[in-house]
Design a protein around this ligand. Structure first.
Ligand SMILES: [Zn+2]
Length: 270
């Protein structure tokens, strides 16, 4: 089957091909994930550069075949993310979200709702919402797309849903357990109640209605430890961007520690 059509799309990845061309993987609203060969895309004066960078996107006019490479006929509108192109942290979290989308999607399988969801995530990052929080919410909410059923809203052993009693997370039980079982369960995470509160909240709230979010850095770090363990251990997914984010976080923590040590020294001197 050969299709020619107009569709909105987001760039999932770009790689060089031959000398002047590029292979661009698009997540299109109508036709799902598609690999597009873009001729002369590496030339300096290429006219669709903005739409075909990562992160980027637009309304494309494409010609597609059932299998194999598609081609781009034209770009009607460009989505550009100028802030994401200049802020390293927001950019890397955007890459992380796009990498997860790449893993979650089958080639050529349309999913307009998931498309709208990923697009909204990029819009939030471009609006300078805290990237570690937005990406954490997304990583938790798209788990069902990977067939993973991990719940933070009730005890995995007795179905308890009251939240005025202590809970903890257990990788073994794929979710939270209430205090009744604490004595018998080894290797629970000892997470503080705030972290468990946000894990539950993140999983369930309406992604399209996010207002102002302000979360203590320590809690968000622990939320990410849970997310990383789910993706690595349950799904075997280690996005390259996540490894880069770990390095950024480690150097940030080192800078913070140095700064605090210096503050103490300054205090000693005065
Ligand atoms: Zn229980």
């Amino acid at each position: 089957m050969y299709v020619k059509g107009e569709t909105a799309g987001l760039v999932l990845s770009v790689r060089p091909f031959k000398e002047k061309d590029q292979l661009v993987q698009l997540f299109t609203e109508k036709y799902g994930k598609r690999m597009i060969l873009v001729k002369r895309a590496a030339m300096p004066n290429f006219r669709y550069k903005k739409a075909l960078q990562c992160p980027g996107g637009g309304i494309f006019y494409l010609s597609l075949q059932e299998e194999g490479l598609g081609f781009i006929q034209g770009v009607k509108e460009e989505f550009s993310y100028p802030y994401l192109q200049t802020d390293p942290l927001a950019y890397t979290y955007a890459q992380y979200i796009l990498e997860l989308a790449q893993y979650a999607l089958e080639d050529g399988e349309p999913d307009a709702i998931f498309y709208g969801y990923i697009r909204q995530g990029l819009v939030y990052l471009e609006e300078k919402k805290p990237p570690a929080v937005i990406a954490a919410i997304m990583a938790l909410q798209i788990l069902p797309k990977f067939g993973v059923d991990i719940r933070f809203d009730h005890c995995q052993l007795c179905e308890e849903t009251r939240w005025d009693i202590p809970y903890d997370y257990s990788s073994f039980y794929h979710g939270v357990i209430c205090e009744r079982h604490f004595a018998t369960i080894e290797n629970r995470w000892n997470l503080p109640p705030q972290v468990l509160f946000y894990l539950r909240k993140f999983q369930d709230f309406n992604f399209f209605q996010i207002g102002k979010i302000d979360i203590h850095p320590q809690w968000i770090r622990q939320i990410w430890q849970v997310i990383d363990s789910i993706y690595e251990e349950e799904l075997g997914i280690r996005p390259a961007s996540r490894r880069f984010l770990w390095k950024m976080e480690q150097s940030e923590a080192k800078i913070q520690a140095l700064w605090e040590r210096n503050v103490d020294k300054r205090k000693d001197l005065s």
